[in-house]
Design a protein around this ligand. Structure first.
Ligand SMILES: Cc1cc2nc3c(=O)[nH]c(=O)nc-3n(C[C@H](O)[C@H](O)[C@H](O)COP(=O)(O)OP(=O)(O)OC[C@H]3O[C@@H](n4cnc5c(N)ncnc54)[C@H](O)[C@@H]3O)c2cc1C
Length: 383
């Protein structure tokens, strides 16, 4: 529907990594068959996650010195988009998994980093326990204090929306230590409990509330600053999740409009000119959002200082497109899309999620608008 990039386009996956996108396409075809049922029952797509691991994709994201292929952000973005189009919950869980593992490998001493990399290769699962009930978008500035004790720091509190928490062997978690935001690796024990939260969208991620009841954050799992900081896959990948949802929304509405004949005209809904205009608009929006996201992934591959400001633009652009096209999909589906058995209502719910996941669209707009409107010190006229 949208114009594909030529294979050798610099913003697309590098040629020697394109086979990974084909791997994702083959897996995604199978994932799509269970998406609606897993959403209905809010069950984790464990078989999908195991298939992704078995394909070698988890390992390929690791740096080369840890046995990986240092897969580019452009390729990870393309893989995420394909998986998200088939099953957005699987894509979200996979992104959180590789992002948490990458964070722990990057922010650990060499021996501990090797341990986490080996755990990822062995099929152990990772999750991010960062967002606090009172903190929301400030997930990198925790308010909960970990108190010093023998062997580390003790944390009593809660983390919210921890995708895949029930099957995670390792959490990337943060707390305030000596007044500073501090990351730790945590292997959950009996002090860590889960309180179900039934989310409206991405239900199969089982993004529950995690309670920490005097949990020991081990001193030897405290994360030192990264030696060679790199963008995290989560910051780069969230736009791709929404683009995948937008792809499916667009394809679903076009399929429906082609097959639904209007009794008044005897023509398919797709022949209505007002709808053709709306679809054309959707295609243009999606192509524009795709280019912004691919440019951002390219900046991440260059480890450019422009990556973070670009990611702050790519995410809301993609979130908005997903929500707009899902809204159009619901409009075109009419009553048929509004019943619980229709995939359209699931697409509509899933499309809301990217908008509020941190950083939310409002947070990004606030940041971009302030940058644009409030004079910087260097812009101010000299006295
Ligand atoms: C399906 C799903 C999966 C998730 N998975 C994980 C996970 O695995 N790990 C994890 O740690 N977290 C996860 N999250 C949490 C997520 O990333 C956010 O931290 C959380 O959704 C934000 O919570 P909130 O809306 O309560 O935030 P709040 O920050 O309280 O936002 C409330 C409202 O205020 C607005 N707002 C906040 N700050 C600003 C600002 N500066 N300017 C303008 N408006 C602002 C927001 O846009 C929103 O409208 C997940 C969330 C969802 C929905």
């Amino acid at each position: 529907m949208t114009m594909p990039l030529p294979d050798d386009h610099p913003l697309g996956p590098p040629p020697d990594e394109q086979s990974w996108v084909r791997v994702a396409e083959e897996l995604a075809a199978g994932f799509a068959a269970t998406t609606d049922e897993l959403d209905r029952t809010a069950q984790l797509p464990v078989a999908n996650l195991e298939a992704l691991h078995a394909s070698g994709l988890d390992q390929a994201t690791l740096p080369r010195e840890f046995g990986g292929q240092a897969l580019s952000y452009r390729t990870v973005g393309a893989v995420l988009r394909v998986i998200s189009a088939a099953d957005p919950s699987t894509a979200c869980l996979w992104l959180m998994h590789i992002g948490a593992a990458e964070g722990l490998v990057q922010h650990s001493t060499p021996d501990v980093a090797r341990y986490y990399a080996d755990e990822l290769v062995a099929g152990r699962r990772f999750a991010n326990a960062l967002s606090e009930p009172t903190g929301g978008n400030q997930f990198l500035s925790p308010q909960q204090v970990a108190e010093p004790v023998d062997g580390g720091f003790r944390l009593t509190g809660a983390k919210r929306f921890v995708s895949g928490c029930e099957i995670a062997h390792h959490f990337l978690i943060n707390a305030l230590v000596d007044g500073q935001p501090t990351l730790f690796g945590l292997e959950p024990d009996h002090t860590v409990t889960f309180d179900p939260q039934d989310t409206l969208g991405l239900r199969a991620t089982r993004s529950h509330l995690v309670s920490l009841n005097g949990t020991l954050l081990r001193a030897d799992r405290r994360c030192p600053p990264a030696q060679h900081p790199k963008p995290n896959h989560i910051a780069a990948g969230l736009a791709a999740l929404s683009l995948g949802v937008a792809d499916t929304a667009l394809n679903t509405l076009i399929d429906y409009a082609r097959t639904r004949t209007l009794p008044s005209t005897g023509q398919p809904l797709a022949a209505e000119q007002h709808l053709q205009f709306e679809v054309a608009d959707a295609v243009l929006q999606l192509e524009a959002a795709t280019l912004v996201a691919q440019h951002t992934a390219w900046l991440a591959d260059q480890n450019s200082p422009q990556f973070l400001p670009a990611a702050m633009r790519a995410k809301p652009t993609a979130n908005r497109v997903a929500r707009d096209i899902a809204q159009l999909c619901l409009q075109v589906g009419g009553g048929s899309g509004f019943v619980a058995t229709s995939p359209i209502q699931r697409i509509f719910r899933d499309a809301q999620t990217g908008w509020l996941m941190a950083h939310s669209v409002e947070f990004c707009l606030n940041h971009i608008g302030t940058e644009a409107m409030v004079p910087h010190r260097s812009d101010e006229p000299a006295a």
